[in-house]
Design a protein around this ligand. Structure first.
Ligand code: COA
Length: 189
């Protein structure tokens, strides 16, 4: 149990697939944060259900009994987990919940002997969120990855937490809208 900056207790635990209210709240959070990706409530619910499937870890942060954020992750390689997705409710952001959810997933992945946690974070907004957005990344995407700077983008949040840029998928979401790949070492090999 931790407390937010305004001292409300935050509890992080596995999201219970049988807790219908929490599952619906998790879906609503996802849809609110990613309206272009989650076009319908059913899309969002399907994404939560996928994160609740047996090979995933799905953790939720509760404040006053309500879902204030949640995170999913699963092993994609023998020693590397993918973090996907992560969302904190808009009115609870900036209080350490995102950091706590990532730390909790890191702990689970470490316990499962993962060495690396990785993720993709899209730069697909109407305006470029990073120096890699809105431009042609070829012929040298790696040069753009090495010099990547956030303008206004969650990649900066992940950098705060110790993730580094490991690559880019050019035009992943349309021309000039790359996916930024980031990773963090969990344990020394
Ligand atoms: C990104 C997100 C998960 C961050 O959650 P949060 O609870 O607001 O983050 P925290 O309060 O735990 O912040 C942890 C640290 O990161 C920093 N941080 C948070 N968001 C940041 C951002 N967008 N850019 C730069 N730094 C950021 C905080 O200042 C804090 O730094 P500090 O510990 O040195 O003070 C949240 O803003 C969110 O849900 N956004 C919409 C969905 C999204 O973008 N998900 C990730 C897609 S890959």
């Amino acid at each position: 149990m931790m407390t937010s900056m305004n001292q409300r207790p935050i509890a992080i635990c596995d999201l219970d697939p049988d807790d219908r209210s929490a599952v619906l709240q998790a879906a609503a959070l996802l849809r609110a944060a990613f309206p272009d990706w989650m076009r319908t409530s059913e899309d969002a619910l399907a994404e939560v259900r996928e994160a609740l499937s047996p090979d995933y870890t799905c953790l939720a942060a509760f404040v006053n009994g309500d879902v204030a954020g949640w995170i999913g992750g699963r092993p994609e390689y023998s020693h590397a987990w993918e973090l996907h997705p992560l969302v904190v409710r808009a009115d609870h952001r900036g209080r350490g919940i995102g950091r706590a959810l990532v730390a909790a997933l890191e702990e689970r992945a470490r316990d499962a002997r993962a060495l690396t946690l990785y993720l993709g974070t899209d730069d697909d907004g109407p305006m470029p969120g990073t120096t890699a957005g809105g431009i042609d990344l070829f012929p040298d995407p790696l040069a753009h990855a090495i010099g990547l700077q956030a303008i206004d983008h969650p990649s900066d949040f992940y950098r705060h937490l110790g993730f580094v840029v490991i690559g880019l998928i050019p035009d992943a979401n349309g021309p000039g809208k790359p996916d930024i790949l980031m990773a963090k070492r969990l344990s020394a090999p």
